[in-house]
Design a protein around this ligand. Structure first.
Ligand code: SF4
Length: 484
């Protein structure tokens, strides 16, 4: 069953980009292996840094004793050799965070590590729960006290509550999956077990690999490549994988809703060198470009891509249309991401600092510029001006996603609907605002066909407004956030 959202959503957001969600990692080192889980987690989190740059953390487990280090900042600034050397263990979970629920603060950094009456627990979570507000109120009315404003703490409380009623942590996770609603890919560590769990719709990615005799879990397979680990398989929607005493067991929660993997993982979030649910992200982006060229053909001299995620789509467009591909925008690789910079004036400057037009590639030419998405349209308009100022004769914009018209409740920070360029505007009106000669978006139908090899159904709610589950109403969400 699909649901339409009835109310205006979310709080305003001051960047012209969609924020990533989070990245998770877990490693189990069997007895006799000389591998440091903290160092491996550091490397994996480094490879997953694109999924969140606000905070990061690692919890190691040495024979049941947990040690946690986490803070706001990038992986390279939060951890040092000395810190990692001081975190020996036989298991670890790690996390990189961008806050879609809760404020960016040290308290909200993950993994969340707690001690309950039956032992220690550490949890790294990617995704958002849609019933976190309701669950939090229930727990608070029962005497629970929260330390953070993150929905992950609600999730941890729910697992612990179930743990007190059953015989094992994996049973508690399965029971909690009956209660929590939303998107979640989890790496969970108890004194003796490492557990990976994915929500029944498979909304966020999660995969398993092997590093020698060690078992590793990560949001994306690019983390395994960084470690030199071998990709084994994706965690299935609704699956709970338990690693204990070097053995792997697979359990499944009873709910079997229609799957709803986030299609935007392929369009923008994930690294192009990742393979998610059987589909190459790079290939999916090229396919998006191919469909764009079929759906929105135009006569031109060169196809350029907006770095980074617009480039594979531009290559796909060029291959299919026969128009040559060219490098028209140069990215300054040493600048932090645009959205880290607060305030309008700094943001404007950061666009110019981040990207520059290559005059030789575009001067006097009819240019097709391919980007992955348009949020507010301000960055897009500035890029168009850059290309025109560099002498382009025409600029035709092609977007490798459908227009954003609705919020995401599953871990992606898409701003208030009223702030979206596509809100209540036709394509012609958007074209005028960003100042291009023509504008074309990928169709919804094509978006569902780009991930070749993926057997899951897709969530496309931010484009279609059709949600794969009931989502919070505006009033409830506001109350939840203000109460926190
Ligand atoms: S609403 Fe959009 S961004 Fe959110 S999970 Fe669905 S497809 Fe992904």
């Amino acid at each position: 069953m699909k649901y339409k959202m009835k109310h205006l959503p979310r709080t305003p957001f001051d960047g012209d980009a969609v924020h990533e969600e989070c990245g998770v990692f877990g490693i189990y080192v069997p007895e006799g292996e000389e591998i440091s889980p903290a160092h491996e987690a550091y490397t994996a989190l480094f490879a997953l840094q694109h999924r969140g740059q606000e905070a990061c953390g690692i919890v190691v487990n040495k024979n049941g004793v947990f040690k946690c280090h986490k803070d706001v900042g990038l992986v390279s600034s939060v951890f040092s050799q000395e810190i990692l050397d001081g975190m020996p263990g036989n298991m670890a979970v790690g996390h990189v965070r961008y806050s879609t629920t809760g404020q960016p603060s040290r308290e909200n950094a993950q993994p969340l590590s707690i001690t309950h009456v039956k032992g220690n627990l550490a949890v790294a979570h990617n995704g958002n729960l849609v019933n976190a507000g309701k669950l939090r109120r229930e727990i608070e009315l029962g005497g629970g006290i929260f330390r953070s404003s993150s929905d992950t703490e609600v999730l941890v409380y729910t697992i612990v509550r179930e743990r007190l009623k059953c015989g094992s942590i994996e049973e508690a996770v399965l029971n909690a999956m009956n209660v929590i609603e939303g998107a979640y890919s989890l790496c969970i560590m108890s004194p003796r077990k490492l557990i990976a769990a994915r929500d029944p719709r498979g909304m966020r990615p999660l995969c398993m690999g092997r590093l020698g005799r060690c078992i590793v879990f990560a949001s994306e397979s690019c983390a395994f490549d960084a470690l030199g680990a071998e990709f084994v398989r994706d965690i299935e929607p609704g699956e709970v994988v338990v690693v204990e005493d070097g053995e792997i067991r697979s359990l499944h929660c009873p709910q079997k809703p229609e799957t709803a993997a986030c299609v935007f993982e392929y369009i923008y979030f994930s690294r192009p060198d990742s393979v998610i649910d059987g589909a190459s992200v790079e290939r999916a982006r090229q396919e998006a470009g191919k469909y764009l060229s079929i759906e929105h053909p135009v006569g031109a001299d060169v196809v350029i891509g907006v770095p980074d995620s617009g480039i594979p789509a531009a290559i796909g467009y060029a291959k299919c249309s026969g128009i040559p591909y060219g490098v028209g925008l140069i990215k300054n690789r040493y600048i932090a991401r645009t959205f880290i910079q607060p305030g309008q004036s700094k943001r404007e400057r950061s666009v110019r600092l981040k990207l520059n037009a290559l005059r030789e590639a575009v001067a006097g030419k009819r240019v097709i510029m391919v980007d992955d998405s348009i949020v507010r349209g301000t960055t897009c308009a500035r890029l168009v001006k850059l290309i025109r100022d560099a002498g382009a004769a025409e600029v035709h914009m092609r977007i490798s996603a459908p227009p954003f018209r609705h919020p995401c409740f599953f871990g992606t920070d898409i701003p208030d609907r009223s702030m979206l360029l596509a809100h209540n505007r036709t394509v012609e009106e958007m074209r005028e605002i960003i100042g291009v000669d023509s504008l074309g978006f990928l169709s919804l139908e094509a978006a569902h066909r780009i991930a070749i090899g993926c057997k899951l159904h897709f969530c496309d709610a931010c484009f279609s407004g059709t949600y794969p589950m009931e989502v919070p109403e505006q009033a409830e969400k506001n109350i939840f956030e203000s109460e926190i």
